[in-house]
Design a protein around this ligand. Structure first.
Ligand SMILES: Cc1cc2nc3c(=O)[nH]c(=O)nc-3n(C[C@H](O)[C@H](O)[C@H](O)COP(=O)(O)OP(=O)(O)OC[C@H]3O[C@@H](n4cnc5c(N)ncnc54)[C@H](O)[C@@H]3O)c2cc1C
Length: 535
């Protein structure tokens, strides 16, 4: 329906079941007027191309952006939320909004006003000796890397393989996966300043006591530590965050292992796990399947769908001929492990231990030594999803704009080779059956568990491909979810479709959410399990 010049999403039966409130056009106009007053008219966008662009994602979105507001200070965020709370207008906050593969900037469900925090892009504190930095949500990975370079710092961030203009805060709140010193970008992160749904502000650290000097460096404050409540949730808007930085690697060694078959894969997995538990390897080892490596090496699509919906898979020999110069194309897996040491002698010894344990398991071993390197964002990764877009201009790496279809499938699995193999086989088979190349990498999250990162990639301009992508995701995460292999991070359309918890979790989180956000205005549906709320 069209109401007061605004396109308002109808609240259909599915959304009613998910308790999304409708937005009244006249009330929205009142809210827009209040936000214009608080932020200035230039920072409130109610229609036009910018709103249309914000409604694009790498799959068909489940929620709708009505307008965009762009506060630049914590006080402005508070003013925006006070108006939203009083007028009952849902708001969906993002930091840089590069949440590609998981929903981009689109709300989880229903209609909402997008709050973009990109104008809050200041480094608030930096301490080289105590190795921490405090940032606002608009600060990007690239900006942080450049900031540290400019300081001549010996420190490094936890960079990801995602967009360089992604937000350190936004990525961390989604528990992003890093290729920095450890896989988990959320490690050593906390000291949040949070604006609640009604505009109140709280600090999760001792910073709440103005004289306390240790808010940025303490592991926990006195009393309950509620930092975890604001990861993957809709409990508040994080307006500042402290990140503990790691020193650049003085001596870093990489072992690249080529594995010919699944047997070598399982044995290596167990070997890497044990070395990580011994503290020989950093908790950031990654395994890439051959399909993933082929794509990165520039191969063209080799799985197609015919007019009957059947998958046509190019035979291995032909596939290999696409890359005649590619060394190691017969390998099933590549495994990268990293060790770091304070000096070359210790590094050499660690490398020897790793080599002795892993080389007998692998078919190819390549070793490299680096020093003084730091984890940095790598913008070239952004181009991988464009591999099957023949007309891609490559001028602007904006996947939403390029109409790239992309969904991540990211189940967590114990570091047990039998279970890992089972999940891998299920993912491979299902993706091929649905006409998608099974691009899969596998990261040790901790020495005890791994995260699969499967990428379902398609061209959104291909007729029927959007539906096929979603069907493939459902065919994967439905059965894997029932078996208990749940994703570490969830695309928006799947957030209300996890299995039903057997305990009182639904009621517990409902009570927390209602206490903090009685009018349900902050990111309704985001990781809040409302499908399992008892009433
Ligand atoms: C090719 C490719 C490779 C990728 N590689 C990686 C990778 O290696 N690791 C990885 O982690 N991701 C990866 N991604 C996924 C994604 O692009 C990144 O995680 C990206 O950093 C997320 O966007 P962002 O940082 O701008 O966060 P945002 O989009 O700003 O935030 C993500 C979500 O968190 C919530 N949120 C954000 N800010 C706030 C706030 N201040 N308060 C409350 N809630 C908030 C919102 O619901 C938002 O939707 C990849 C994507 C692609 C396409």
């Amino acid at each position: 329906m069209d109401d007061g010049g605004m396109k308002i999403l109808n609240t259909g039966p599915t959304e009613m079941a998910l308790r999304t409130q409708a937005v009244d056009g006249a009330t929205l106009q009142t809210a827009l007027a209040r936000w214009r007053e608080a932020l200035g008219p230039a920072h409130v966008v109610a229609d036009g191309d910018e709103v249309a662009a914000a409604n694009q994602a790498t799959f068909a979105p489940t929620g709708q952006v009505l307008a965009i507001i762009r506060p630049s200070t914590t006080e402005e965020v508070q003013a925006c939320m006070r108006a939203a709370h009083e007028l009952r207008i849902p708001v969906y906050p993002v930091s840089r909004g590069r949440n590609w593969g998981y929903g981009s900037r689109t709300p989880v469900q229903g209609a909402a006003v997008l709050m973009e925090l990109r104008r809050m892009d200041r480094v608030l504190e930096f301490d080289e000796d105590l190795a921490y930095i405090r940032v606002q949500p608009g600060v990007t990975f690239q900006q942080l890397a450049e900031f540290l370079d400019a300081q001549g710092s010996a420190l490094q961030i936890h960079a990801t393989a995602g967009p360089a203009d992604g937000s350190m805060v936004g990525n961390t709140l989604e528990r992003g996966q890093s290729h920095g010193p450890s896989t988990s970008a959320g490690r050593g992160v906390g000291d949040f300043e949070v604006v609640l749904a009604d505009g109140r502000v709280v600090n999760t650290s001792s910073r709440r006591f103005p004289s306390a000097p240790h808010g940025a460096v303490e592991p926990f404050p006195a009393g309950p530590d509620v930092t975890g409540m604001f990861f993957e949730s809709n409990a508040g808007i994080v307006t500042a965050m402290t990140v503990w930085l790691t020193r650049r690697w003085k001596d870093m060694r990489v072992l690249r292992l080529g594995l010919k078959d699944q047997d070598a894969f399982r044995r290596t997995l167990a070997g890497v796990r044990d070395l990580m538990q011994d503290g020989v390897l950093l908790p950031r080892s990654v395994l890439f399947n051959n399909e993933y490596r082929l794509r990165n090496a520039g191969a063209k699509p080799w799985v197609h769908v015919d007019e009957n919906g059947e998958s046509l898979i190019l035979p291995g020999g032909e596939r290999a001929r696409m890359l005649p110069m590619w060394v190691g194309r017969d390998l099933a897996w590549a495994c990268n492990v990293t060790l770091c040491a304070p000096d070359p002698a210790i590094g050499e010894r660690l490398q020897q231990i790793a080599r002795e344990a892993l080389a007998p398991l692998a078919d190819v071993v390549f070793e490299a030594t680096l020093s003084g390197v730091a984890s940095r964002p790598s913008p070239e990764y952004e181009w991988f999803p464009l591999w099957n877009k023949p007309t891609s201009s490559r001028d602007a790496p904006d996947l939403d704009h390029e109409r790239v279809g992309y969904i991540f499938v990211a189940p967590v699995v114990p570091a047990d080779p039998v279970q890992v193999q089972h999940v891998y086989d299920t993912m491979c088979r299902t993706m091929l059956e649905h006409g998608f190349e099974p691009f899969i990498n596998l990261r040790f999250w901790e020495p005890r568990s791994l995260v699969f990162v499967g990428s379902i990639v398609w061209d959104r301009d291909d007729a029927g491909a959007d539906e096929r992508g979603l069907r493939c995701f459902d065919a994967l995460m439905g059965p894997l979810g029932e078996e208990g292999y749940l994703p570490y991070r969830i695309p928006t359309f799947h957030m209300q479709r996890l299995p039903r918890p057997a305990d009182d979790w639904g009621g517990f989180w409902r009570d927390v959410k209602r206490a903090l956000d009685p009018h349900d205005v902050l990111s309704p549906g985001r990781y809040d399990f409302r499908y399992a709320w008892p009433d």
